[in-house]
Design a binder for this molecule. Structure first.
Ligand code: PEP
Ligand code: MG
Length: 841
């Protein structure tokens, strides 16, 4: 019946053609037609009609054939909504048969005509009649004998003569392409790339420009920029006597596009066509507002534009391209900001494995901190330090890391752990240091004591063997690979300034050390949103007084030990305030369980006993007495602050003395002090009372006035529920979504890595909630906290400082909930700035 025929639209400047109905290629071709470029006659089939074709009926293609000259050869190409979703390969030279072969022999010569016919028979046989490619293996040469052989092979294998009727050929080809799109493999592949279940396919049928024959003939691609750098440069390939994408086959001997002393060029071969090509490319850039790669064919010196596709590009080139388009007035700055995927920025902030580099994968884990680095395997912090002292880059390989490993992490080029997830110690510190890190690499065997690491396929690696950690993909690679350097140039700065102009939520950094703070400032963070002070104690000269403090027998001894720590803390804060140049600095009081600071190894315990001049047995007994069944829910955070108040007293004093010093030396600061792990209002009252007393004492002693702000970390479910009470005593509430996620799910941050991938695979969780904020469950707690906090104290400053903070989804959530700022690892600050800008646009 007539209504079953495909709906055929000739592409003209005004025909109705849209990406959601006819696909991107059809839409793009229409744009080229509108620009009056020499595009061969093209018709488009809509998604709906291709879908019908797949269901099996034989289309009447007369309506299509009527649109073309009766002796034209045709090609069919896929046109899906997004070119990344793939689609069946193009089929060229449709309509070729014995009669046309005879005609073409006259027109373009026997060799070219026979070559075209041979190719078509083979393509048709393989893609449409589904014959094995090998059946043609015996056929050599391009002469009449080969042609006769190919036709007879076809007939034998397909059990029918090669179809001579162009209408039959075209109908079968359309049907088979439509079916290929609906096949299970194709469907799964495109869904993996984000295509919806019902993604449609359009097809375009275009008159062939031959590319084979007499005069200058050939085909190729051309673009105006370099795909790696994004800088203006005519690049592409051209191959004489070729069709389709043959010129792109790296094995083929393409010629230069522009004049080149090294060999023949298209510019010399077909100067007019080349000049026109360059003009067309420039016109396309201006009018399509994008860098396009042109697919073209030259037939007897005459240029045909077959298609245009968005230029492929590295992250670095992508940035350069949009900034140049905006600077040339082709797109707006806002468009430029919208066109870069925030995640792609992190590729620019770190070294990356070059796309062209082969990868010998030893195993994979969770991509916990982006970037890539190569180094020799070391299994202990000490070995890492020794390696650094020799000037040899190393990769620290541990079962998991603990505060004792900080020294090793500081000097390592990358970190690999067997256990842990996105918020494990190694992951958090790795991101903070900008150190490539793969955690939870359970596909490999870690035998730390025996100093071996076994790859997923059984290869045994030893200390000193070289590996590469790709923290962006989660892969562990053998040996060294080719890398691309990080790149923060003027283009990057210009681009980010455009983003900042749009942004309406603050972005601060989580920074613990002077190095972090410098990175934060470098990436234009608007202050420090979380300084985890415990990380300041992992330096060897700090660890000993800390341990003395922990081992103190009474408050007096403890105070004496803290006296030793005080000047160091004060110096830390002075330095942080100086680096941040008056930007806000939010300091979190001591949070982790004390026992994390104690040595776990026998030799470490012996060393500590020597340093403290007490028997080893005393040390082990004390360590045992501090052990907890569940330290994450034990004596940490404000609980420690209340039970051993001298620690917070010392920290408050260090902060205030540093403030007085900074104010005097010309970097005035209003420090923010944050109390961790609060679950009850009374906790805040107690801590606040002591801090006020310390402030008063310092004011008197120093005879100087200063201000500060006190805030609470909301990271227990109860603190969210009671945020109204708690906000009464505080200037700000900072939501710690790491602990909040842990406690909302009852899911250990440090152990979830073991089963997380299984959970995600089976769809229990859509994503790792430590990685992507669970806006439903944890989000509801946040919303309650915000609502209750704000109604008790309308001007309370709200922020989020968990690892989620850099993600677009969490930033969107925070904007909607009315947060003032997000705070994330320094290296993710640019990513968050861009994501926030895009949300505001
Ligand atoms: C949090 O819990 O979200 C947080 C930022 O603190 P930490 O990761 O140090 O526990
Ligand atoms: Mg926390």
């Amino acid at each position: 019946p007539a209504h079953d025929n495909p709906d055929v639209t000739l592409i003209t400047p005004t025909s109705p053609m849209a990406t959601p109905t006819h696909g991107g290629r059809a839409k793009c071709l229409q744009r080229l037609v509108r620009l009056d470029l020499p595009v061969p006659t093209t018709i488009a089939l809509s998604f709906a009609s291709v879908h019908k074709l797949a269901s099996g009926y034989r289309p009447d293609v007369r309506e299509i054939l009527e649109k073309f000259p009766s002796d034209a050869l045709l090609c069919v190409r896929p046109s899906s909504e997004d070119p990344d979703w793939g689609g069946p390969g193009a089929i060229l030279n449709i309509g070729m048969n014995d009669d046309r072969h005879a005609i073409l022999c006259e027109r373009i010569g026997k060799d070219a005509a026979t070559e075209i016919y041979l190719r078509f028979i083979q393509n048709y046989a393989i893609d449409v009649a589904r014959l094995d490619a090998e059946v043609f293996d015996g056929i050599s040469g391009t002469g009449s004998k080969a042609l006769a052989k190919a036709l007879s092979v076809y007939e034998d294998e397909a059990e029918e003569p090669f179809p001579q009727d162009p209408a039959v050929q075209l109908a079968e080809i359309l049907r088979s392409m439509a079916r290929a799109w609906e096949g299970t493999t194709a469907r799964l592949l495109r869904q993996a790339k984000g295509a919806p279940v019902d993604a449609g396919l359009g097809l375009v049928v275009q008159q062939m420009a031959l590319g084979l024959g007499t005069g200058a003939c050939g085909s190729g691609v051309l673009q105006l920029v370099n795909s790696e750098t994004g800088l203006p440069q005519i690049t592409g390939r051209y191959l004489s006597q070729s069709q389709g994408r043959e010129a792109l086959d790296r094995r083929s001997e393409s010629i230069y596009l522009e004049k080149d002393p090294r060999g023949p060029s298209l510019e010399e071969l077909a100067p007019e066509a080349f000049a026109a090509l360059k003009d067309h490319a420039a016109l396309m850039r201006r009018k399509l507002r994008e860098e396009m790669q042109i697919e073209f064919t030259i037939e007897d010196g005459k240029l045909h534009i077959l298609d245009g596709v968005r230029v492929e590009r590295s992250a670095r080139a992508a940035l350069k391209i949009v900034v140049r388009l905006a600077e040339d007035g082709i797109i707006t700055k806002q468009d430029a900001v919208m066109r870069i995927e925030p995640r792609a920025l992190s590729e620019l902030l770190h070294r990356q494995v070059a796309a062209s580099s082969p990868r010998d994968v030893l195993g994979t884990g969770i991509a916990a901190s982006p970037g890539a680095a190569t180094g020799k395997i070391v299994f202990t912090s000490e070995a890492a330090q020794a390696s650094a002292a020799r000037g040899e880059p190393c990769v620290l390989v541990r079962r998991e890391t603990s505060p004792e490993d900080i020294r090793g992490m500081n000097v390592a080029a990358a970190v690999l752990t067997e256990r842990g997830g996105m918020t494990s110690h190694a992951a958090v510190i790795g991101r903070g240091l900008g150190l490539p890190c793969v955690v939870g690499a359970t596909s490999m065997r870690f035998q730390i004591k025996r100093r071996t690491l076994t790859s997923a396929d059984g290869r045994v690696l030893r200390e000193g063997d070289e590996i590469t950690i790709d923290g962006s993909s989660g892969q562990v690679l053998a040996g060294s690979v080719k890398m691309i350097e990080a790149n923060l140039d003027d283009t990057f700065r210009t681009f980010m300034s455009w983003a900042d102009a749009e942004r309406d939520i603050g972005v601060r950094a989580n920074a613990d050390t002077p190095a972090d703070a410098k990175t934060a400032l470098h990436f234009r963070a608007q202050g420090i949103g979380l300084c985890r002070t415990e990380h300041m104690f992992f330096e060897p000269e700090r660890l000993t007084p800390m341990r003395e403090m922990i081992f103190a027998r009474d408050p007096k001894d403890r105070a004496a030990a803290l006296e030793l720590v005080l000047p160091m803390q004060r110096a830390d804060f002075i330095e942080l305030f100086q680096i941040m140049q008056g930007q806000p600095v939010c300091i979190r009081l001591f949070d982790p369980p004390l026992h994390e600071f104690l040595p776990t190894s026998r030799s470490g315990q012996r060393e500590l006993a020597d340093a403290l001049d007490i028997p080893v047995s005393d040390v082990t007994r004390r360590i045992d007495s501090l052990a907890e069944y569940n330290p994450m829910l034990g004596m940490r955070g404000v609980r420690l602050g209340i039970s051993v108040p001298e620690i917070y007293d010392m920290q408050a004093r260090a902060i205030f003395e540093a403030t007085v010093h900074s104010n005097k030396s010309g970097t005035p600061i209003v420090p923010e002090i944050m109390v961790p792990l609060v679950s009850a209002k009374r906790e805040v009252e107690l801590v606040r009372g002591r801090i006020e007393a310390v402030a008063a004492a310092v004011r008197t002693e120093k005879d100087a006035d200063f201000s500060y702000r006190l805030g609470v970390m909301v990271e227990t479910p109860r603190a969210c529920l009671r945020a109204g009470d708690i906000a009464e005593h505080t200037h700000f509430l900072s939501f710690g979504t790491n602990d909040l996620t842990q406690m909302a799910y009852g899911l250990s941050r440090d152990d979830a890595g073991r089963f997380m991938s299984e959970y995600v695979r089976q769809g229990v969780f859509e994503e790792d909630p430590f990685h992507i904020l669970d806006t439903e469950g944890v989000g509801e707690l946040l919303r309650l906290g915000v609502e209750r906090g704000r109604s008790a104290r309308p001007n309370v400053v709200l922020s989020i400082c968990g690892e989620h903070a850099a993600h677009t989804e969490s930033i969107a959530f925070c904007r909607e909930a009315g947060f003032d700022y997000v705070s994330c690892s320094p290296f993710r600050v640019p990513v968050a700035r861009l994501a926030a800008a895009q949300l505001a646009l």
